[in-house]
Design a protein around this ligand. Structure first.
Ligand SMILES: [Zn+2]
Length: 440
């Protein structure tokens, strides 16, 4: 089923690529979600030329000979953005095998493995992602291959190696201590402000777009307490100061309140997970305008792994530790008006399920329009790409998705994306009427 669908979309993207670059396309649907105001307008009309939006709304002038794409009882939205993915990994059916495989697969093999994951992410409507942590600059290579048009996938902002303290959450080599094969420290490992500054420079030198830093323990590693801080204030200050001097953003992984507060005080641009943050941390975020990327679906995904017996026992305990307050913290952050950007941690669950995050945000109290804004305007602002993306306005890149019905009435419509355009190229257009919500 999926194979047939992928083949269909491949044929479509090939034919779209073959189209004249100057061809004008007009996308028509019953509605359009205006990410700027959070309102839905009727009817939805987007005029696209040379990969950009040139007109929006029923009054937009339509040149003669334009190709009209009728999308029916659907809503047009800006391409979704996921501010937290791991396109270079995916859990298999057996965690023991995953661990051993991770040491036996060569870098080229790991790189090729990412191709279907990148494709399925784009087909789910995510035209831009931020990849927060990948070894060996695989995400940089994947980003470049997609940008050059030789691989189908979302536009990527790559962090490459996550910065970690020795033995910390993102020191993947040191974390596998169960008698299995272990490699040396991960390339992003450094201790002390000066060494961390050097890591930031090195990471940017080899092509990263931004810096990811692991400020506390985490769920999916085998070492350390999940809430324990793993960098000092001086270390985090150095990371942020160095990255910002290069005009690059910093995303901090944190669960515990102390590590989160050190990261927020240091001035990170976004705080990822934040499952055990206290009120002081949330107030600090609100005051400093730090973006919160809750990755709510990550924990559902990991829970599914645990239920299937596909999560090591140590990690099940860590999952339980963060799950105690996770939902409460998200609910409180939303109620307090902390700025939320959409991110999932895709890669700790199978790729392509990113849109399942929307319903969890709404369930935690975010109005549907705000959940959609989190994945469009807000994410664009966090990623620093607001000039090109995030809304459907003349002059912006033509990243457009369509979902059946009205997502403000049923947020789960976002899980039924049936049309995907990226920079004017149609990558997916299911012609059969969209089926009811897929039970996955
Ligand atoms: Zn992550």
């Amino acid at each position: 089923m999926r194979r047939a669908l992928l083949l269909g979309s491949l044929l479509l993207s090939l034919s779209s690529l073959a189209a004249e670059p100057t061809e004008v396309q007009v996308l028509k649907a019953a509605r359009l979600f205006d990410a700027k105001t959070g309102k839905v307008f009727t009817p939805g009309v987007v005029v696209v030329a040379e990969g950009k939006v040139v007109g929006v709304g029923p009054k937009a002038p339509i040149p003669e000979g334009a190709k009209v794409v009728e999308l029916g009882d659907a809503t047009l939205l800006p391409g979704f953005m996921d501010a937290h993915t791991h396109l270079t990994v995916e859990p298999g059916p057996d965690w023991r095998k995953d661990v051993i495989d991770s040491f036996q697969r060569t870098i080229p093999e790991q790189t090729l493995d990412t191709l279907p994951w990148a494709r399925v992410t784009l087909m789910a409507g995510f035209t831009t992602v931020r990849n927060l942590g990948a070894e060996d600059f695989i995400d940089v290579g994947l980003r470049n291959a997609i940008a050059r048009g030789i691989v189908v996938g979302p536009r990527i902002l790559a962090a490459s190696s996550s910065l970690s303290s020795t033995g910390g959450h993102c020191d993947y080599g040191n974390s596998w201590r169960k008698g299995l094969l272990a490699h040396d420290a991960s390339p992003g490992v450094a201790d002390g402000p000066d060494a961390l500054r050097a890591r930031v420079r090195e990471t940017l030198k080899y092509g990263a777009d931004l810096i990811k830093v692991c400020a506390t323990g985490g769920v999916m590693s085998f070492n350390a307490e999940v809430d324990a801080p793993q960098f000092t204030q001086a270390e985090l200050d150095a990371v942020v100061d160095e990255a910002h001097a290069h005009r690059r953003k910093v995303a901090a992984h944190a669960h515990g309140a102390e590590g989160a507060k050190r990261a927020i005080r240091a001035g990170v641009d976004s705080l990822e997970h934040g499952t055990l943050m206290d009120d002081e941390a949330l107030e600090l975020m609100k005051r400093k305008g730090t973006w919160y990327v809750p990755t709510a679906f990550a924990f559902h995904g990991v829970k599914e792994l645990a239920d299937k017996g596909n999560l090591p026992p140590d990690n099940v305990l860590k999952l339980k530790a963060v799950d105690v307050r996770r939902e409460q913290v998200l609910r409180k952050a939303i109620a307090m008006g902390v700025r939320i950007a959409f991110g999932t941690d895709a890669g700790v669950f199978v790729h392509g399920r990113n849109a399942e995050e929307f319903a969890l945000l709404v369930q935690a109290g975010l109005p549907p329009a705000e959940a959609l804004r989190a994945a469009t305007v807000n994410a664009a602002e966090l990623l620093g790409v607001s000039d090109k993306l995030g809304t459907l306005e003349p002059g912006k890149l033509a990243d457009v998705v369509a979902v059946p019905g009205n997502p403000l009435q049923d947020i789960r419509a976002t899980q039924k994306v049936f049309f995907v355009m990226k920079e004017g190229v149609i990558h997916r257009h299911d012609t059969a009427p969209p089926s009811p919500a897929p039970a996955r």
